[in-house]
Design a protein around this ligand. Structure first.
Ligand SMILES: *Cc1c(COP(=O)(O)O)cnc(C)c1O
Length: 400
């Protein structure tokens, strides 16, 4: 007999370093918005591998591209050009403000590249980056230092120098932190990990102006908000503010590890031969997946469909919030990056709500210890949204 959840969980716990608190399930199959575990249970997936599998699990176009590329050429390093990597960079450039791309393997690495570019471009003595409190930028030492949440710093000090944090949403505070060492302002257009907190367009416009006034680079970390997640290919498009550097990862490969750092021709010129590199960055198989993702997302009607179903999802969540005023105060977010904001009492129950949904075969998470976060595949249908709302309604009713 083949092994089930209990056996895989027990075996895993014997061999892994304990950095994760995992659900007691071993996932074995995925299709669209659904996962199946080793016991044969099915789950409606409103987590999508943490905003990664945006076209749904095992999307046929991505699977086909990966299989084809894996049979042709898997790796050659960046000492050579490869077809998928060139095609991907062309698609990114053609559909964004950027002229140039550096390929990485993850969000943290894309941000590392952005931080290094900001420093080298700004010249000697200008190395300080202002980021926001509540932000999340990755788990390498530099991106942890950029992350504006002390709980990620503890035990890892001394952190790399040159990172300061401004309070959330106050441009005057950002301006006060600017000095002659400052080289860049780094922010997520909508904070994902810390609880689905959107930055107002007026705020982003104000920090754009601060950058222009002081000759600083504006870096948007779109690792989570990019690739259609907020209803446009990149979040900056709907916010009326264009960054100088943008980072992507998560959904770029629909599950294959790939990240990218995008910028303008002029700024890119500061990173010359030998200044930065990655062995695997833009690997042909991962890049082939990302090319397939870009093509699907750019197809007629894809993003309009995401926005249309997001409106429906928001209205259903608002309805639900209205029924449970003791647990939740309302909905926030954009596109398919949505959060149900919990009351003081609801926050205490957050982990239990997530567990009870898991037991009912629905996957969501509790972001920033304050909101229930919904990040389903962008292809999620109305029936699946209705199913989630139904189950969530049952769980909230039990706890109200
Ligand atoms: C997930 C995330 C990262 C880190 O990406 P990794 O691929 O885990 O390194 C960075 N920034 C934001 C906004 C993220 O959501």
């Amino acid at each position: 007999m083949s092994e089930g959840n209990a056996e895989w969980t027990a075996r895993g716990e014997q061999v892994f370093i304990g950095t994760y608190s995992r659900f007691p399930a071993a996932m074995v199959r995925g299709e669209g918005c659904w996962l199946t575990d080793a016991d044969g249970n099915r789950y409606l997936d409103f987590l999508a591998g943490i905003a990664v599998c945006s076209l749904g699990h095992c999307h046929p176009a991505v699977t086909e591209a990966v299989c084809r590329q894996a049979g042709e050429l898997m790796h050659v390093s960046n000492l050579f050009h490869t077809r998928p990597q060139v095609e991907l960079a062309e698609l990114l450039v053609a559909n964004s403000f950027a002229d140039r791309v550096f390929m990485a393997n993850s969000g943290a690495e894309a941000n590392e590249a952005a931080l290094k570019l900001a420093r080298i471009h700004s010249g000697e003595g200008r190395y300080e980056v202002i980021s926001l409190s509540g932000s999340f930028h990755g788990r390498t030492l530099a991106t942890v230092a950029a992350t504006g949440q002390p709980r990620f710093h503890q035990g890892f000090e001394p952190l790399p120098q040159g990172f300061v944090h401004a309070g959330f949403g106050d441009p005057a505070e950002v301006e006060r932190l600017v000095n002659d060492r400052t080289c860049a302002i780094l922010c997520e257009p909508l904070q994902g990990e810390s609880g689905v907190r959107p930055l107002e367009p007026a705020y982003l416009e104000a920090i754009r102006k601060i950058c222009d006034r002081h000759g600083l680079l504006l870096i948007f970390d779109e690792v989570q908000t990019g690739m259609g997640r907020t209803g446009t290919l990149f979040a900056y498009e709907q916010l009326g503010v264009t960054p100088d550097i943008m980072t992507l990862a998560k959904a770029l490969g629909n599950g294959l590890p790939i990240g990218a750092m995008l910028t303008t021709e002029k700024i890119a010129a500061s990173l010359g031969v030998g200044t930065h590199a990655s062995t695997f960055g833009g690997n042909p198989v991962a890049a082939a997946a990302a090319v397939a993702v870009m093509r699907e997302m750019l197809a007629e009607g894809f993003l309009a469909g995401v926005r249309e179903r997001s409106d429906y999802f928001v209205s259903r969540l608002q309805e639900l919030a209205g029924r449970f005023p003791g647990l939740t105060t309302g909905v926030r977010g954009r596109g398919m990056l949505l959060g149900l904001v919990l009351t003081e009492r609801g926050i205490g129950l957050g982990p239990e709500i997530v567990q009870r949904l898991f037991a009912r075969g629905v996957l969501i998470n509790f972001a920033g210890n304050r909101v229930l976060r919904f990040i389903p595949p962008l292809i999620v249908g109305r029936e699946e949204i209705d199913l989630l709302i139904g189950r969530l309604g049952e769980v909230l009713a039990e706890m109200a």
